[in-house]
Design a protein around this ligand. Structure first.
Ligand SMILES: [Zn+2]
Length: 329
């Protein structure tokens, strides 16, 4: 099973610096467990800075890594303790892919944060790779790290927000460098006060050189930006505008479908029933035909789109407006 060739390929696939795979196991319904180890045979004592080769003890535990396709990936790591010849004391080696006392890799944390930025904590947790508590921990860690760094070469700032718990109005703001999609800060809330505090902490020098600020549709941010970053051109985040439009379009689609389903149940006339059934057939399975860019639709979806437009004048109008706006963007 664990031939040398397999191990070599797995090490390459894992793609973690200075780490090699020792063995792998796979459990149905659990995922893949890779036993890994640092390729270094020594570590530097944090007290005196001298290298030690003297292994004191092994400390093995399991952490989670990015999934591979639909499989969960666990790493059985060994955070070895060395004994320093000079200090005569043991110390733990630093592993650069995992933070102390965390049960997941750094890259899983940053990938998760990216996903949360695109949706919300609960939708990400629902996928089953990380728990809500872990995501909150990841955000807090990222916040602590981000708080101390000033984005000295920032030109285009994005102010976005993450829904902590969907529908509960619990949001936190995030600041992003749009030129390299780098997360600059995750804030403990989204009030003007909180954002102001962080922006001010960057100092005039940083704020003066920002040329563009992209914000979502929440108006509070706009006033704040005009006040603190006077040189910047404020743009509404295109992505957000499109998301908003698509959301609206989808909720109207759902509502129309519900209404017509109700009508079918209520009516006693067979003639009406047939009429409503026809509308319902047009509305059914129309989500992607409506939401996808019209130019990307396949033949089947194109036919579907025509059917929806035929049975619903409202959706027809909304869809046409959506496409117009998209083309402008
Ligand atoms: Zn030492």
């Amino acid at each position: 099973m664990n031939s040398k060739k397999d191990i070599k390929i797995l090490t390459q696939l894992l793609n973690l610096e200075r780490v090699k795979v020792i063995s792998h196991r796979q459990y149905q319904g659990v995922g893949i467990i890779l036993q890994i180890e640092s390729i270094k045979t020594e570590s530097i004592c944090p007290r005196c800075g001298i290298k030690s080769h003297r292994l004191h003890q092994n400390h093995r535990y399991i952490i989670k890594d990015l999934p591979l396709g639909e499989q969960q990936v666990f790493l059985e790591i060994n955070k070895r303790q060395f004994k320093c010849d000079k200090c005569k004391k043991p110390f733990s080696e630093e592993l650069n892919f995992v933070d102390s006392r965390r049960k997941y890799t750094k890259r899983l944390a940053s990938q998760t944060i990216k996903e949360v930025l695109d949706s919300d904590i609960h939708s990400v947790a629902k996928k089953g790779c990380v728990t809500t508590e872990q995501i909150e921990r990841m955000l807090k860690d990222a916040y602590k790290k981000s708080f101390f760094t000033k984005p000295l070469s920032l030109k285009r700032l994005g102010i976005d927000e993450i829904a902590l718990v969907k529908g509960k109005g619990n949001y936190c703001a995030v600041l992003v460098d749009l030129d390299n999609s780098k997360l600059l800060a995750i804030l403990p809330g989204r009030t003007q006060e909180i954002i102001k505090k962080v922006l001010k902490s960057w100092g005039e020098e940083v704020l003066q050189q920002i040329e563009e600020v992209s914000i979502d549709l929440w108006i509070g941010y706009k006033n704040l930006v005009s006040e603190l970053i006077p040189n910047a051109q404020v743009v509404a985040d295109r992505f957000h505008v499109m998301t908003q439009i698509n959301k609206e379009l989808d909720s109207v689609r759902k509502r129309e479908k519900r209404n017509v389903e109700d009508s079918i149940k209520k009516t006693k006339s067979q003639l009406d029933k047939n009429k409503y059934e026809k509308i319902l057939n047009g509305l059914k399975k129309s989500k992607y035909a409506l939401l996808k860019n019209e130019s990307n639709l396949n033949e089947e979806q194109k036919i579907k789109l025509e059917q929806v437009k035929e049975v619903s004048p409202t959706l027809k109008l909304m869809h046409e407006l959506k496409e117009k706006i998209r083309i402008i963007f």
